[in-house]
Design a protein around this ligand. Structure first.
Ligand SMILES: N[C@@H](CCC(=O)N[C@@H](CS)C(=O)NCC(=O)O)C(=O)O
Length: 234
C-alpha cells in the first residue's frame, strides 16, 4: 500500500518546523514541503491550514493531485511541532526509543529545557544583558543533570527530535557569537560550558552534530547569515 500523502508547511529558519523535518527525514516518509514566508504569509495559510498561522503544520492523506494551498474537506491537518513529531512517531515507531523508561526520562529532560532554558536563552540572546547569564547557566546545568545517560549513545528518539533544533542552535549561535550580548560573550558561554556539570549537555550536542536526520535538514550558513540580520534589526 502506498503511503498517504504528507505535506509539510515549513519555514527554513524555524526551529519548531525543523523538528518536523527531522522526524520526517528520520522516518523515511515521503513528503512534500511548502515553504511559508513568515514575513509575508500567504493569505490562504491561516484559513486553509493553521488558524494560528504558525509553522509547522502538516496535512495527511490529501488526494495526490489536490492543491496544497486548499486541501479538500476531510483532509487531516495537524499544527504544533510536538504533536506533529508524535504523530509521525505513531506512524513510524522506529524513530523513538524502544524502552518506555528511557522515553519517560528523556521527556523529563525536554521539560527541563522548556522550563529552565528556552526562555532564559532567548532573553540572553535577544537582550544580551550580563545579569541574564547566571540564570541561563544554572538552567543549562539543571538541564544537563536531567539528560539520561541512556540517550547519549548511538540511538536517536523523539526527545532528540524535540530538543535537537534548540540545542544545536544554542551551540551554533554561541560559537558564532550571534547575540545582542557584548562581543565575545558567545564563545565565552561555550567555554563556561566546558565544566563537568555540563558534560551531558555537551555530549548531547556532539551526538546531534553527527545525526544525518538533523544535519541534512538544517543549513547552518543560511541560519547564521539570516539570524545575524534578524538580530541587527531587533
Ligand atoms: N508552539 C508552536 C510554535 C511554532 C512557532 O512559533 N512558529 C513560528 C516560527 S518559528 C511562527 O510560525 N511564527 C509566525 C507567527 O507567529 O506569525 C509549535 O511548537 O509548533
Amino acid at each position: 500500500m502506498t503511503q498517504p500523502r504528507i505535506v509539510l508547511y515549513s519555514a527554513l529558519l524555524c526551529p519548531f518546523a525543523h523538528r518536523a523535518r527531522i522526524a520526517l527525514k528520520a522516518s523515511g516518509a515521503v513528503y512534500e514541503t511548502v515553504e511559508i514566508d513568515l514575513k509575508n504569509k500567504p493569505a490562504w495559510y491561516a484559513p486553509n491550514i493553521n488558524p494560528a498561522s504558525k509553522v509547522p503544520a502538516i496535512s495527511y492523506g490529501a488526494p495526490p493531485d489536490s492543491d496544497v494551498t486548499k486541501p479538500p474537506a476531510g483532509t487531516f491537518l495537524l499544527p504544533e511541532s510536538a504533536l506533529v513529531v508524535q504523530f509521525i512517531a505513531s506512524l513510524y515507531p522506529q524513530i523513538d526509543y524502544k524502552d518506555p523508561i528511557i522515553r519517560a526520562k528523556a521527556s523529563f529532560a525536554q521539560l527541563q529545557w522548556d522550563n529552565l532554558v528556552a526562555g532564559r536563552w532567548r532573553k540572553y540572546q535577544f537582550e544580551g544583558s550580563e545579569q541574564d547569564l547566571e540564570p541561563l547557566l544554572e538552567g543549562l546545568k539543571q538541564f544537563s543533570d536531567s539528560v539520561p545517560e541512556e540517550i547519549l549513545g548511538d540511538e536517536y528518539g523523539v526527545a532528540d527530535i524535540i530538543l535537537g533544533p534548540f540545542v544545536t542552535r544554542l551551540f551554533i549561535f554561541a560559537n558564532e557569537d550571534i547575540g545582542k550580548w557584548a562581543p565575545g560573550s558567545g564563545p565565552k558561554l561555550v567555554s563556561a560550558l566546558s565544566g563537568p556539570e555540563y558534560d551531558k549537555l555537551r555530549k548531547l550536542g556532539a551526538k546531534l552534530d553527527k545525526w544525518p536526520a538533523l544535519q541534512e535538514t538544517i543549513d547552518n550558513d543560511i541560519l547564521v547569515k539570516k539570524f545575524t540580520e534578524i538580530l541587527k534589526n531587533h
